[in-house]
Design a protein around this ligand. Structure first.
Ligand code: SF4
Length: 337
């Protein structure tokens, strides 16, 4: 356990305030913040997950999902425990909600940043992804990985809910190269009531990441009856176009019942296709359907001449290009090598 970054004393006693994310938790001695993994030890905020890796795997980078960042490569992917959101539909609740839901803290494998970078180099992969649970809550490990990876010439990816406070986010400039950010809804009430999150925090994070030069892709999980209206999908697409650029990839993926949201059906594949069409009609150049079998919605087409540039099935890349359209030579957005 080590002292956390981004906290301050709160008053004259041993209370502390964590300033790492929008919650700004007031943490009493012996207690943890909302995420369950940042604890007050006698007046000092400490992290329980600075080297506590609960999940470690080699994944296709397409699984993050990132379709325009080193396509066809594998990425060393890791997660710890805890999350600063509490999404009722969480697909990784076994690790993200374990400390907060049960009060138990299952120790993962102690792996430090240096070992992770060495493992990535041994495996011959070009990137390390902080994923599976929210990287914000293991900020110290993310930063350490970023510093070590930069020395080794590796790239770093965040798969995030986009709710880090601005100052810690800015401190990652140059250490993080790509991010997939969930934009779960365009409703503040949805964020508050379904996720214990904050829409404004996510929108601000997206704009800040864009300004930092991080390659961005955005994901929306489309849940029947909650965020699947044409109006809301159009609002999300318009935000991406107006604030992040029409060349920002948008992944719309299908929901399936899990965790505390078992009362809703799977998303109809036709709804995912409709969401893709909504994004394209709003002017987005790269819109992808996920968790459903509709191959055309997984392909990349040239935004200028509409030729097929990248063929995918699920996370597999069947044919790709060098970042330019093989037909007309127009550059495709992204990081291709
Ligand atoms: S990172 Fe955790 S402890 Fe810190 S403010 Fe966010 S939820 Fe609270």
């Amino acid at each position: 356990m080590r002292e956390a970054l981004f906290w301050e004393r709160a008053g004259d006693d041993l209370d502390v305030r964590c300033t790492l994310c929008f919650h700004k938790c007031l943490v009493k001695p012996g207690k943890a913040g909302f995420c369950g993994v940042r604890v007050n030890r006698e007046g000092t905020l400490c992290t329980l997950v600075d080297d506590n890796v609960a999940s470690l795997a080699l994944d296709p980078v397409e699984k993050k999902p990132l379709f325009h960042f080193l396509p066809g490569t594998a990425t060393l992917s890791l997660g710890t425990l805890g999350c600063n959101f509490a999404c009722k539909f969480c697909q990784n609740s076994q690790i993200s909600r374990l400390p907060a839901d049960t009060g138990r803290f299952r120790k993962g494998t102690a792996v430090d940043a240096r070992s992770l970078v060495e493992l990535a180099l041994r495996k011959g992969v070009p990137s390390i992804s902080c994923t599976y649970n929210e990287p914000t809550v293991f900020y110290e490990l993310v930063r350490d990985i970023g510093e070590r990876a930069a020395e080794a010439g590796l790239r770093v990816v965040l798969v995030t809910n986009g709710s880090m406070a601005r100052e810690p986010l800015l401190k990652l400039k140059g250490l993080v190269h790509a991010a997939n950010v969930d934009l779960k809804s365009f409703s503040p009430d949805f964020y508050r009531n379904v996720c214990s999150g904050s829409l404004t925090s996510v929108l601000d994070n997206l704009v800040t990441m864009k300004e930092m030069g991080i390659w961005l892709e955005v994901t929306t999980l489309v849940i029947p009856g909650l965020n699947d209206s044409d109006r809301e999908l159009g609002q999300i697409a318009a935000f991406i176009r107006n604030n992040l650029g029409s060349d920002t990839p948008w992944h719309v993926s299908a929901f399936f019942p899990c965790y505390q949201m078992l009362d809703r059906p799977r998303t109809d594949p036709a709804t995912i296709h409709r969401a893709c069409e909504t994004g394209r009609a709003a002017g987005l150049e790269y819109v992808y359907g996920g968790n459903v079998a509709n191959r055309r919605d997984e392909f990349t087409f040239c935004p200028r001449c509409h030729a097929l540039c990248v063929q995918r099935v699920g996370f597999a890349v069947l044919s790709s290009c060098d970042g330019t359209c093989p037909s007309c030579g127009a550059p495709l957005a992204g990081v291709w090598r």
